[in-house]
Ligand binder design. Sequence first.
Ligand code: MBD
Ligand code: FE
Length: 296
Amino acid sequence: MTPDFVKTAPIQTLLDRASGMNAEGGDDRLKAIVRDLIEAVMVAIVKHDISESEFWQAVTFLQQGAGEFGLIVPGAGIEHFLDLYMDAKDSEVGLSGGTPRTIEGPLYVEGAPLVEGEANLSDDADDTDTLHMSGFVTGPDGEPVQNAVVHVWHANSQGWYSHFDPTREQTPFNNRRRIRLGADGRYAFHSKMPNGYSVPPGGATDRLMKAIGRHGNRPAHVHFFVEAPGYRTLTTQINFGDDPFAADDFAFGTREGLLPVPDRRDKSAFIAFDFQLQRAASKEDENFSTRARAKA
Ligand code: MBD
Ligand code: FE
């Protein structure tokens, strides 16, 4: 059997009815999307001759793994795909330049302390080196960006993020801050050096990765949102260029231009990194995505 089977009249009629195509109410755009998604599942079933048992195994996997969808999505490369798609759409309308965007990931928490000046991100003890990171936030012409806020978050030396730490040993905003910048657009912070992240052992993401011969490790990294009136909010992260997983990130978050090598000296490591924002074309263009985020 070939996927042409899905194109036969009875299946196409089933798809129209299943997606509400000929129903009165509902959202037309959503109907069309739902129809394409169901059809894609049907095509995969026929193409790979997926059995009834295999299909229900997949349903059970998704049911049990629902809590890890935020990890499965980047692991499957779909969050990075969204970046590549936004980049391509930007370049189609002549928008380019500035610091590259890269995935947010599932571990941001709203409401981190808003601080000014040289910031300390780490509230909790952690027996590791100190990271010192600093630089400038500029616009497309190199001008210092006014009233910028830099949101920064990263893991601890065990690779765990506060709020999501299964050991429950971290205080709520450890290694999380929002830094309000002055008129010169300079930011600076220090914190306990993060380590690479690994997906929870035995969880849905781990099982999927193992089943397809992959791993679930990320290099050590630091996440940022950079927002300022009149500019597009930047979602990005730096990954440590000297991490063993720098070229093999399970979440595809590493990008050229975002891989600084920390200058490691004694118990300190230094990273100088500047952010360049794109100008916003409208108030809406300033916003970041309305993705649902954890609150603490
Ligand atoms: C992370 O820390 C992360 O940044 C992503 C994208 C996925 C899993 C863990
Ligand atoms: Fe992360």
